[in-house]
Design a protein around this ligand. Structure first.
Ligand SMILES: [Zn+2]
Length: 307
């Protein structure tokens, strides 16, 4: 597989060998398509120039016919080179967009059945030798068709990239609102569920997990949301509660200091309090609860998950 490059400094296309990795192969296929487009514009110009300058015997000329023809050829070649560079740049842009789209599809772990960045672009026409047989585009119709195809390719890419952008944005918002990771740097000293009450020793239900952390350790929001409560609650001591707007609410209790204010919008990782032992507590720790649609749930899976 080869990529064909056209640049200002070269009279003809240059070919590059690539190792045949999946993506590079596809890029190379597109590059060949790019060459077809470049050759097409060249052919049209060649036609135009051959009509006005290419037949010195049919028009009044100054100087020898050979000189006139050579000048016309040089002019045509300069125009061809300029157009070829332009079209080559457009094709390169298209290739970069496809590669970007494919990388995003993979990075976002999206179902790539919905996107076809990896597919060959809609290119047609006869196969052209790397030396550039411009005669293959003898009819302007063929050139117009190629440019239409390139234009359609850009339209399709734009539509797909916009859809991809929307999907990734939705996913990012969804992800930032879901409780994820530990609210404080420490170790889990008590789990969710049935346990003897630490004060009375009676059977009791622990509605969150306890994370042991020295007094003053920063307590951070585990998801984006709105602070709905910041103050004292019976048993919880100084507590902060955050509503994440998607059915989730998180609660951070026994703090030594509260930094967040009710109504404040917090982002993932924002410091909302400092760990402590206020309320019904035997030592410095964060009592962390996760509520989902008004039911308290086991926070363990959330604190152990990653973004
Ligand atoms: Zn607790």
């Amino acid at each position: 597989m080869q990529i064909i490059l056209v640049s200002r400094g070269q009279k003809g296309p240059k070919t590059l060998d690539l190792t045949c990795r999946r993506l590079r192969c596809k890029v190379a296929v597109m590059a060949v398509g790019g060459f077809l487009g470049v050759a097409g514009v060249g052919a049209a110009l060649a036609l135009a120039f051959s009509g006005s300058h290419g037949r010195p015997s049919s028009v009044a000329v100054q100087g020898s016919p050979e000189t006139q023809a050579a000048t016309a050829r040089a002019d045509a070649q300069r125009e061809l080179n300029a157009l070829a560079v332009k079209l080559g740049q457009l094709q390169a842009q298209s290739i970069r967009l496809n590669a970007l789209g494919e990388r995003l599809t993979q990075a976002g772990k999206l179902d790539d059945g919905e996107f076809n960045f990896g597919e060959e672009p809609p290119q047609g026409g006869p196969e052209i030798a790397p030396s550039g047989d411009l005669g293959a585009y003898a009819k302007p119709d063929a050139l117009g068709k190629d440019i239409d195809q390139l234009s359609g390719q850009f339209d399709a890419q734009q539509a797909q990239l916009e859809a991809l952008h929307d999907m990734l944005l939705d996913r990012k918002i969804e992800s930032s609102l879901r409780p994820t990771g530990m609210p404080v740097n420490g170790y889990i000293s008590s789990f969710f569920g049935g346990r003897p009450d630490p004060f009375s020793g009676h059977a009791a239900r622990h509605t969150g997990i306890d994370i042991a952390a020295p007094k003053g350790t920063p307590v951070t929001a585990v998801a984006e949301g709105m602070v709905t409560f910041a103050g004292q609650r019976n048993g919880y001591g100084d507590v902060v509660e955050i509503d994440h707007g998607n059915g989730y609410m998180t609660r951070y209790a026994h703090n030594s200091a509260i930094l967040a204010k009710p109504g404040q919008h917090v982002r993932v990782g924002d410091e909302i309090a400092r760990a402590g032992s206020t309320g019904r507590s035997t030592g410095s720790h964060v009592h962390f609860e996760v509520w989902y649609h008004d039911r308290v749930v086991n926070p363990l899976a959330y604190v152990r998950s990653h973004r």
